[in-house]
Design a protein around this ligand. Structure first.
Ligand code: AKG
Ligand code: FE2
Length: 388
């Protein structure tokens, strides 16, 4: 999922203001897999009241809920699919330290991973393990700030440099997910330093620097993997949004999800996850766990790179299960995008020919991201809207 910058959002993103107190319109789910039918249950009102608490699902957990509000309960087809997963396969792991001795072999491995599963873990990337830990810890500290401090940052307007919210598609989706998020714009115009909550400010800025460095390295290798110069994807790190997700313990984890199945719209995502687990990627063999590997980074190809590469590289559907473990799960994703929103993008001419005609039309990033924000995350991959 990608929250990009300077968007003109549909008005439904800003429909707050609730007249009723929070508690009056919550119908809690029962242990059954379908939401209770209640004559008095006003779903839209319940969603609005939840949003108006400005405390996210963390607030619900802190209030001691034992059953999740009905609007978090997913339809039976989603819930049954949560159990259907392949447990044996693993996504590829790439040792980046090998690049100095066997560059061609590393490029080959990356190309293979990017053109099949679209997901890979990178080890020995050169980022100090201490920074990985500090970044995750700082995000956790933000999400665990006292309610009155957290709620000050809670907002749905994406134009701001920093916003904290639960479910970016809360008003679009059929069912909500058990997750809160802080999103911070890092480029092309970064959020004001003072806007970033102090509790995670230094770590966010430090992490962004490392992401740019490692992002350039990976994009260079991925570009070479397509027979292009190492600089061809350079502009794809200019537009960056960092998100820090918090998946607290869910008392009915089999009735909801942490994050709906989706593909990331941007070019490349750099993901740092903690040790808890729950991220899964859809492969031809079924859903595969992206197992936490100590000190590794997860990378995944986004829709834009699938389009630019004329489908040589593939963006994959992925999701996060609701967290049934005793401790909260933290992850920090940085979505890498081009910085220029008005420039035209489409399959690169170098990668198209009479035998390989362009599979997509050209579009501006602005058009692309506007499309993303008018659909729910669980919708089809963005690639479907630009196929020709
Ligand atoms: O939390 C995770 O592991 C995945 C996050 C993700 O897929 C996203 O933010 O797009
Ligand atoms: Fe994602």
């Amino acid at each position: 999922m990608n929250f990009s910058v300077n968007l003109r959002l549909p008005t439904s993103f800003n429909t707050l203001n609730s007249p009723k107190p929070f508690s009056t319109c919550f119908t809690m789910s029962t242990a059954s897999t379908s939401p209770p039918i209640s004559a008095t249950y006003d779903r839209a009102e319940a969603v609005k009241q939840f949003d108006n608490t400005k405390l996210g699902v963390k607030g619900l957990v802190d209030s001691g809920v034992k059953t999740i509000p009905s609007f978090f309960v997913h339809p039976p087809e989603t819930l049954s699919d949560l159990k259907s997963r392949s447990i044996t396969s693993e996504i590829p792991t790439i040792d980046l330290s090998a690049v100095t001795t066997s560059r061609a072999a590393v490029i080959d491995k990356l190309r293979l991973a990017a053109s099949t599963v679209g997901f890979f873990q990178v080890i020995n990337h050169g980022i100090p393990p201490d920074l990985l830990r500090r970044t995750l810890a700082a995000m956790k500290s933000f999400h665990e700030l006292p309610p009155e401090q957290r709620s000050q940052v809670y907002r749905r307007e994406i134009g701001k440099g920093v916003s904290y919210l639960s479910n970016v598609d809360l008003y679009q989706s059929k069912a909500a997910s058990w997750r809160d998020t802080i999103q911070i714009r890092m480029g092309p115009v970064a959020a004001d330093r003072d806007e970033i909550p102090e509790v995670c400010r230094e770590e966010v800025l430090e992490w962004d620097k490392e992401v740019v460095r490692i992002g350039e390295v990976l994009l260079g290798l991925l570009s070479e993997g397509l027979g292009l110069g190492a600089e061809r994807f350079r502009e794809l790190v200019e537009g960056r949004v960092m998100v820090g997700h918090y998946y607290p313990f869910c008392p009915q984890a089999d009735l909801t999800v942490g994050l709906n199945s989706h593909t990331d719209p941007g070019a490349l995502t750099v993901l740092l996850q903690d040790h808890v687990g729950g991220l899964q990627v859809r492969t031809e063999e079924g859903w595969v766990d992206v197992k936490p590997v100590p000190d590794a980074l997860v990378f995944n190809i986004g829709d834009l790179l699938q389009i630019i590469s004329n489908e040589e590289y593939k963006s994959a559907y992925h999701r996060v299960l609701a967290n049934a473990s005793g401790e909260p799960r933290l992850s920090v994703a940085v979505f890498l995008n081009p910085g220029d929103r008005e420039k035209m993008f489409g399959p690169l001419p170098e990668l198209t020919s009479e035998e390989k005609p362009p599979l997509y039309r050209n579009f501006t990033l602005h058009e692309f991201m506007t499309r993303f924000f008018t659909k729910e995350l669980d919708g089809k991959s963005l690639t479907n809207f630009f196929r020709q």
